[in-house]
Design a protein around this ligand. Structure first.
Ligand code: NAI
Length: 350
């Protein structure tokens, strides 16, 4: 990637500001891990987002190829590619939002925690770059295990004195996207006709809060709070909860060694990044679920609904009333979450 002169830079930005619907206020977004299974379709979707004026694509392989390809799309954002560690700082300088899908994905038989040894180090390095070049950026962390990588990022930022808990968000949106899809899924039809009221509804109009974390039993869909309201039998609740918790494994097994969810994840990440950008722009009422620093439970991090605003997380919303099934599952989730969070913290403090 050739160095860009001041003049070229100015002209690129002028083009970006003219072409983007966000005008001069268009946002600068970096994707770290942009050449990967998630990174590529996510780059495509972010290039289509009118709120984005500059899109930086960073990876340790194939970033120039993906950048050349994406840059031919006739949408507003100006795209620039960055390859390898020596270009990380340029990739991050001045960014408003940094989305991180860098790292290895699961293969059949693996848990998300099995990825810790490789991904923890990758996340640490990338967060050290953020400290140096864009400490005020909002960070969307996708790399697994999210339950540990978010605490890792927080520790890196704390160590450097730049930590702002409002700006660090673990991406659990795919769990919500799956939950919304599965409750409308035709498989429900075969379970009971009492759920017929949810059939025929566009999954985009359904909203299932998913709280806890992003791995197995820590993924806790609150099916008692589905909007629009609908009632499920105990069998349906048990089936749906298990399917939502194991949605990732469903994809890993279907891909049979070729990776984990990438396309649905890119969709979910783009939706979440868009919500963060709308929050940064000052839109009111932007609420999504995310794994963040939290006082909703006794744990230091927890996923729940958050209100997004000009500074990132404006407010962590309470869990709302839980039924007996959800309270029991919450206790289970918290036990595993506590261990995963501690593992992340210890990785930096050791
Ligand atoms: P992938 O292997 O297809 O892509 C990962 C990319 O990261 C590769 O292009 C690789 O070159 C790059 N990379 C590796 N080390 C890097 C470094 N130091 N700096 C920058 N880039 C680096 O993997 P995929 O499928 O895109 O998954 C990425 C991560 O996202 C995995 O950890 C996966 O478990 C996680 N994931 C998270 C989900 C969530 O809901 N939060 C859902 C699905 C996957």
């Amino acid at each position: 990637h050739p160095p860009v002169s001041q003049m070229e830079e100015t002209s690129l930005l002028r083009r970006a500001n003219c072409r983007s619907k966000g005008g001069a206020s268009g946002f600068k977004v970096a994707i770290l891990g942009a050449a990967g299974g998630i990174g590529q379709p996510l780059a495509l979707l972010m290039k289509m987002n009118p709120l984005v004026s500059v899109l930086h694509l960073y990876d340790v392989v194939n970033a120039p190829g993906v950048t050349a390809d994406i840059s031919h799309m006739n949408t507003g954002a100006v795209v620039r590619g960055f390859l390898g560690q020596p270009q990380l700082e340029d990739a991050l300088a001045g960014m408003d939002l940094v989305v991180i899908p860098a790292g290895v994905p699961r293969k059949p038989g693996m848990t998300r925690d099995d990825l810790f040894n490789i991904n923890a180090g990758i996340v640490k390095t990338l967060c050290e770059g953020i400290v140096k070049c864009c400490p005020k950026a909002v960070v969307n962390l996708i790399s697994n295990p999210v339950n540990s990588t978010v605490p890792i990022a927080a520790e890196v930022f704390k160590k450097a004195g730049t930590y702002d808990s409002k700006r660090l968000l673990g991406v659990t949106m795919l769990d919500v996207v799956r939950a919304n899809t599965f409750v409308v899924d035709e498989t429900l039809q075969s379970l009971s006709s009492s759920s017929a009221e949810v059939l025929g509804i566009d999954p985009r109009d359904v909203n299932v809060p998913v709280v806890g974390g992003h791995a197995g039993v820590t993924i806790l869909p609150l099916l008692s709070q589905v909007n629009p309201p609908c009632s499920f039998t105990p069998e349906e609740i048990s089936y749906l909860t298990d399917r939502i918790q194991n949605g990732g494994t469903e994809v890993v097994e279907a891909k049979a060694g070729a990776g984990s969810a990438t396309l649905s994840m890119a969709y979910a990440a783009a939706k979440f990044a868009d919500a963060c950008l709308r929050g940064l722009r000052g839109d009111a009422g932007v609420v999504e679920c995310s794994f963040v620093a939290s006082q909703v439970t006794e744990l230091p991090f927890f996923a729940s609904k958050v209100r997004l605003g000009r500074c990132g997380v404006e407010e962590v919303l309470p869990l709302g009333p839980l039924n007996e099934f959800e309270r029991a599952r919450l206790e289970k989730a918290k036990k595993e979450l506590a261990v995963s969070i501690q593992k992340g913290v210890s990785f930096i403090r050791k």
